[in-house]
Design a protein around this ligand. Sequence first.
Ligand SMILES: Cc1cc2nc3c(=O)[nH]c(=O)nc-3n(C[C@H](O)[C@H](O)[C@H](O)COP(=O)(O)OP(=O)(O)OC[C@H]3O[C@@H](n4cnc5c(N)ncnc54)[C@H](O)[C@@H]3O)c2cc1C
Length: 389
Amino acid sequence: MVEQQAFVGDHAEIREEVRKLCAKYPGQYWRDLDARRAYPTEFVSELTKSGFLSVLIPEEFGGSGLGLSAAAAILETIQASGCNGAACHAQLYTMGTVLRHGSPAQKAAYLPKIATGELRLQAFGVTEPTSGTDTTSLRTFAKRDGDEYVVNGQKIWTSRAEHSDLMVLLARTTPRDQVRKKTEGLSTFLVDMRQALDNGLTIRPIRTMMNHNSCEVFFEDMRIPAENRIGEEGKGFRYILSGMNAERILIAAECIGDAKWFIDTARDYARERHVFGRAIGQNQGIQFPIAQVYARMRAAELMVRDAISRYEAALDCGAEANMAKMLAADASWEAANVCVQTHGGFGFAEEYDVERKFRETRLYQVAPISTNLILSYIAEHVLDLPRSY
Ligand SMILES: Cc1cc2nc3c(=O)[nH]c(=O)nc-3n(C[C@H](O)[C@H](O)[C@H](O)COP(=O)(O)OP(=O)(O)OC[C@H]3O[C@@H](n4cnc5c(N)ncnc54)[C@H](O)[C@@H]3O)c2cc1C
């Protein structure tokens, strides 16, 4: 692994344990799943049983009550080991909506079961086909009917929907033309997908360029008990926003892990591959791009650490979380490119895993938030430039 100074609070023991677990799931395991677009059930079960997916759940609810830095260390290590944390990263942070805004009864009912893995909370239904990034224009509507809500609408890109028992859902409860601000009138629900499946809920997988288990989800008169609404009616957008910094920071940590994997893999290959009677890594045309992206990865990593420290100190970290996500995603994407170039033709061969990781890391230029939207955030909220949309 790429040598580096340890940071304070680096969770070295957790990293070591995660590395050991990941060693049992080598490239062949992921290649096989990738070919079949299948879900890494064994890998996710072992992470769950080992307690790694419940580190953010407080001890009183059966988790280990650690900070965001521990979750970041876990996800970074998974990616740096060549595995794919996208199969389960939401289990770490989606429960934050229940933890921060749920009622005592909801926390007691769900968090301990999420901590043990008895309930999987892997699905997060926000994006819709027609509204895209413009979240407050979403059309899925939850209409109150006595002790229930009746939901109609559609979500897209709901990752892991087929491998989750619960979904955090954002739906409109007051029509947009009846609210003062478009961010009002949206509500958050915890949907028990086991009960809803074929009972108003239909899930349709989307085949994508990488193995991500993303789906279209359709709601047709799907009933949710009113007690499954999280927090107050109409305040759901705020609850979803409050979890986004954690999500961005953790995805950034994954990108740092990816970048480290690409840099390690490129470095090793550059040392071993001999052309014209010498290691290709002796050529500066091969060395310099690897050295350059290493420096960029380390700079991005500092921004991730800064965002984590601010998050853990309960300071405002919107700008840092966004910048960390953008810089880390840029570093991982550049490292992916360098790694392919270093491998020449073998960069395209499945058995080297480079092309698989290349496809996987491309996502983070777009999701969970695209680069343009981060730049807009910085322009508007940090630089005080006029809002562009
Ligand atoms: C594999 C995958 C998994 C995902 N998982 C989930 C999930 O689990 N749950 C979920 O809710 N969502 C999920 N998403 C959705 C993801 O968050 C969105 O794809 C992403 O936010 C971009 O939205 P969009 O695709 O609708 O793009 P659009 O909003 O249609 O935007 C298209 C392009 O235009 C740009 N653009 C749009 N408006 C502006 C503007 N004002 N200024 C400049 N550029 C602009 C965007 O940056 C983007 O590059 C996933 C997506 C993918 C591909």
